[in-house]
Design a protein. Sequence first.
Length: 645
Amino acid sequence: MYQMIGDGYSVDADNKVVSGPGQLGGQALGIDIEVRTGGPAIGWAPVSSYMYTDDSIHLGYRSTDQQVLEYSDAPMMSVVAPLEKNPQMVMWDTDAHPNVRSLADLGSDGVTINVFGGGTFADVFVAEGIWSADQVDPSYDGSPARFVADQTIAQQGFASAEPYQYEHVFEEYGKAVAFELLHDAGFQVYSQTIGIRPGDLEDLRGCLELIVPVIQQSVVDYDAAPERANAMIVDAVTQFEDFWVYDMDLAAFSVQAQRDLGLVGNGPDGIVGNMDADRIQTVIDKIAVAGMDFEAGLSVSDIMTNEFIDTSISFPEYGPNYMAFDANGDGKITLGVAAAGPADDGAYYQAVVDAAIRLSAENGFEDPIVVDKIEAANAATELSNLAEQGVDIIIVGASEIAEPLPDLTEEYSDIFWYCNCGAGFESLPGLAQSLDDSSEISYSAGYASGLLLQERGSTVAYFIGCCDLNFEMEALRGFEMGLQAVDASFTVTYVPTGAWPYDFDNVPNATEAFNTALGEGVGVVYPYLGGAHEAIVQLANENGVVALSAGPSNVCTREGDLTWDIAVRFDGGDYVAAIFPQIFSGAVTEGQTKVFRVGVDPEPGAVICNATADQQAAMDAVYADIASGAFAAEFGAIKAEAYGY
């Protein structure tokens, strides 16, 4: 809003008001704009109710959840959303919680979460089973004191402010925090929308037709050149002389965080400022499931309209600056790929290698340097050797060879490091990571298997793996839960076939395990393997047994002699393809983790290759249940058992 105020503005420090002539791109609008401070300046009254006490106010800030809950007493209708994502987040200390990557992990680990009282998201997450009610402490007062003193808790905040303050301002803490946006955890409200009293819609229609596009363009203009508006805000804060502390360094951090985290930007349709009706309906549904009281029959159209949006206004699309990743200054970009298994295994390891090859070809990079069959004991040497070969980016394919990364990411800090390390691997400041939720994926795989067991009249599944590794146990228990959700009488037997640790390539032992399963009347086999995977799929094909993939997403359409019935997708190659555009754009940086979720992101989860209409409908329902958090408590218990929490 300050972007729309021109030179010659004034600050009323007593009433906490900034006003001045309206402008857009240096051109006068012919109107004055007044920005009034909320919070203590209006006695902490909600903006919605305060607007009903003063009809000289035309527009006010509100978020989707507030609009829903306050509609009965003080209805508001949003006309434009300057922010694409809500900047609210929950943060935690990485030293106290090195394995926490998400708000769901906070729930699984039983971490106390300090929030402001009266909010919405905590109740929603509790209703979804992501958190338990006894974890939520609604005593947060905005002070850093408790988080600094007790670094075992998690705390509510804004991703556009607190990460900077806790690292650079609050000296008694003085380090980076980890966090996840509420938006990325599934609570996708529109925050700080510009709204009106619905009863004023007709009277304001002419004004809204003009001012809403101005607001849209001002969002774009501020991102391109924020300095003037930031200086105005800092000047106002200085004159206000109250609780609000803001300087140009924090303002600059906020601008960059808004860009990096996607807080500002175009919507999925390429337009800035408009709102997605389905997204708002999902928020209404979540609030209803949480049992919170709001107006009966409330519809999306009651609380928002895109009528005044100018669909031609958007953020420009900039190509990524690849040369920012040129670690050795040779004017070229070369990827290095480290794989624990064979680069041609037809399964998980090959998927990552193939993705790196495609990524290089599509962007004009040099051919990638691939090192495969890396044993855990030799990982430090092999990764060091790879780093010495003039690579600019190193992709580490899996956690079994990731142990030396804390040292290597420091020693070779000029190289951009990425790892699909999975759950349980620590967050590192020099490492970008992706992970998925094995419990979610495995549940969907078990459910799909149960549907095919029903179809074929069998009750027996076999899970052929390595050697009782913790992540195998998570996958096994999730698979079993999904299988028995179809029919409680269905069973799954786990058979280890490799030498500890990380031997997923033992064809003779895996073959013996399959033959044993055949004698037990197996109907489904899940070869949770690397180099031995395709040998077991071939045996399954020869004996009419349902075969599952272990990672690759393309098996349903893959040409060749082998046939898969279910694609269990945790494809490291898909994750590389999805995350690297975000890395190149700056949206994902070293130190951050992208979590791929079943039913939320398109990449993970099980797919029946030739599903009937009924089977597909059942799988769609399972995806929706997983995405809603319906099984969060059960998945948390599975993780606790597998990893010994």
